[in-house]
Design a protein around this ligand. Structure first.
Ligand code: AMP
Length: 215
């Protein structure tokens, strides 16, 4: 069970990856979360990643690939994992294929979560995230029960610094230029499965599990 979740920022891939990885008992590996963790620790990786993240740009492939390949050999990845936000470039996809092939492994299904651009902008501009458990909320569409507090763990909610309108536009441009070509890459490899990412979150999750696990 080695899955890749592909979709634009705001497509809901983080939300779905969180729920589905728990249901399947596999690891949820989100490169954005790994970078944010590194930024809050303040080491060299974090300092370097921050300069790209705050501009809405991709962190260079070399750094990202190294971090991801180290992460997926951790014990919690043994049963499988969902990659959320990786790969984001063809070079990352090729590096992943190569590293897995060396261990006689391969990526399984790649779930493409499709959402219209207008909906992406709407979601990202009102998004709030829990500082502790990363659960996402939306100021209008799915607010927390108590303002500013996470329903799941009581943690503090915050707006990601890269969720401001200007950076959101940049991140979407980068997605369409660099990441969207991966849809064809995985289609040609016969691995792509696609679902509609607009509508009821639970129903989308159910459809995603069915699509990922059917024979
Ligand atoms: P995300 O939480 O997935 O939206 O990622 C937040 C930011 O982290 C992105 O805008 C990039 O700057 C960086 N990032 C996350 N994943 C990658 C990746 N696979 N390649 C390059 N940069 C990434």
């Amino acid at each position: 069970m080695r899955f890749v979740f592909l979709g634009a920022p705001g497509s809901g891939k983080g939300t779905q990856a969180g729920v589905i990885s728990q249901r399947l008992g596999i690891a949820h590996v989100a490169t954005g979360d790994l970078f944010r963790e590194a930024v809050s620790k303040g080491g060299e990786l974090g300092r370097e990643a921050k300069t790209y993240m705050e501009k809405g740009l991709l962190v260079p492939d070399e750094i990202t690939i190294r971090m991801l390949l180290e992460r997926i050999v951790a014990p919690d990845c043994r049963k499988g994992y969902i990659l959320d936000g990786f790969p984001r470039t063809l070079e990352q996809a090729r590096a992943l294929d190569l590293a897995l092939a060396e261990r006689e492994e391969a990526v399984g299904r790649v779930l493409y979560i499709k959402v219209s651009t207008e909906e992406l902008v709407r979601r990202l501009s009102g998004r709030l995230i829990c500082r502790d458990c990363q659960t996402p909320y939306h100021q209008v569409a799915s607010p927390p029960k108590v303002a500013g507090k996470c329903d799941q763990c009581g943690g503090e909610l915050y707006q990601r610094p890269d969720d401001n309108p200007e950076t959101v536009r940049k991140r979407l441009d980068v997605y369409f230029a660099e990441t969207a070509p991966l849809i064809d890459h995985y289609k040609e490899a016969g691995r792509l499965v696609e679902i509609d990412g607009e509508g009821d979150i639970e129903k989308i999750g159910q459809e995603a599990i069915t699509t990922l696990t059917k024979d």
